[in-house]
Design a protein around this ligand. Structure first.
Ligand SMILES: Cc1cc2nc3c(=O)[nH]c(=O)nc-3n(C[C@H](O)[C@H](O)[C@H](O)COP(=O)(O)O)c2cc1C
Ligand SMILES: CCCCCCC(=O)C(=O)O
Length: 366
């Protein structure tokens, strides 16, 4: 097994100006096997690469003389005002990146903007220590074979003040992450799911998921979750218009267009590339969120122009956390916000409602 522990202190680095700077800084600090777990995708990582490449196929078509010097990035989703169309995607085990884990992520997010933090079923800090700290906290739900454990987690989260449930539907088991197989990746001692009771054998996430995840879910799981909790249900992991319709018919309050950051089925398309099909099928009935490959403020603008109401950001938040703890998370989110505001202003967009497909030109299109 590869050694896991801090590598270097990153001293002497220039202040990060982009999310890529944060990624470099995080890589210098993390043990290679931890970096690979956080960064890697499934199979040949074609989908992982496609997620970022898809954004580069779009060009922006600015409108001039629009008086857009102070763009308004605020939005409202599921009855809550968000300072910006951004949220922190659920990522397991933030203590891999920083000892304070999700507590640091929540603190760092709150210092940047009032936007939701979605904590994973496999969060490594207690949910009670994460809520009531200036940002909405949502809980990502993996429906386990033992429904009593899932129910206990949801009820605990609700009592703690979690505001929505994000049901992940693309993971009957974990995808084949070859970097982790080659590294013999195991979670370091002490990195455990803080909100799940009982059991051990957490160390190999892939084996653990095979044992614990319910691999035979169907759309009735939404009715079950609804019977357990009154919280809004967001379905995460939809990649076709047909599945978006099924999610809405099954009672989803919102849908996340996601391929799990390229970590599940390698060879599925980039999320940005399937967004128009899903937006057409959903026809405005529920808000659509998107994640996968968002690395610049203008990527947010692109996703919104193709039908998303907001985006979630996964790995970059962990890069910020590894690079600088809560301050690093604040830094990552502020860069994204600053870049978004800058892009809106330069493109002549005063508010998110002004963003339409006309804002974009796809490479190769006339
Ligand atoms: C290290 C890691 C752990 C993740 N853990 C979870 C998880 O516990 N639950 C989940 O639904 N998605 C999980 N995801 C997927 C993210 O929620 C999200 O879909 C993806 O990271 C978005 O892509 P991005 O990293 O390019 O922003 C994880 C992603 C990474 C990189
Ligand atoms: C049984 C632990 C599983 C953690 C899985 C986290 C995840 O979704 C990922 O993509 O990794």
């Amino acid at each position: 097994m590869a050694a896991i522990g801090p590598r270097g202190d990153g001293a002497g680095e220039a202040a990060p100006l982009t999310l890529a700077d944060y990624a470099r800084s995080a890589r210098a600090r993390l043990a290679p096997a931890v970096w690979d777990f956080l960064e890697g995708g499934a199979g040949e990582e074609r989908t992982l690469a496609a997620n970022t490449e898809a954004f580069d196929r779009y060009w922006l078509r600015p409108s001039v003389l629009r008086g857009a010097s102070r763009p308004d990035t605020a939005t409202e989703i599921l009855g809550r005002r968000w300072d910006a169309p951004l949220a922190v995607a659920p990522v397991a085990y933030h203590t891999l990146a920083h000892p304070a884990g999700e507590a640091a992520t929540v603190r760092g997010t709150a210092a940047a903007a009032a936007v939701p933090v979605v904590i994973s079923t496999f969060a490594s800090r207690a949910v009670e220590d994460l809520t009531g700290r200036g940002v909405p906290v949502w809980l990502q739900v993996y429906c386990l074979r033992d429904r009593a454990v899932t129910r206990g987690l949801v009820e605990r989260a609700e009592r703690a003040g979690v505001e929505a449930l994000v049901l992940t539907v693309d993971a009957p088991h974990l995808g084949r992450r070859l970097r982790d197989v080659r590294n013999g990746f195991r979670l370091p001692a002490g990195v455990v799911p803080a909100n799940l009771t009982g059991g051990d054998g957490f160390a190999d996430p892939s084996v653990h998921a095979r044992e614990e995840f319910d691999p035979d879910l169907d759309w009735t799981v939404l009715a079950w979750l609804r019977s357990v909790s009154p919280l809004p249900i967001v379905v995460k992991g939809v990649l076709t218009g047909a599945d978006a319709v099924l999610a809405i018919e099954a009672g989803a309050d919102a849908v996340v267009v996601s391929n799990h950051g390229g970590r599940q089925l390698d060879g599925v398309p980039a999320t940005l590339d399937v967004l128009p099909e899903i937006a057409e099928a959903a026809a405005g009935r529920v808000p659509l969120l998107l994640d996968g490959g968002v690395r610049r403020g203008r990527d947010v603008l692109t996703a919104l122009a193709l039908g998303a109401r907001a985006v979630l950001v996964g790995r970059p938040v962990l890069h910020g956390l590894a690079a600088g703890g809560p301050d690093g998370v604040t830094g990552v989110l502020r860069i994204l916000l600053d870049e978004l505001t800058d892009a809106m202003s330069l493109a002549g967009v005063r508010a998110l409602a002004d963003i339409t497909p006309d804002l974009l030109r796809r490479s190769g299109d006339r």
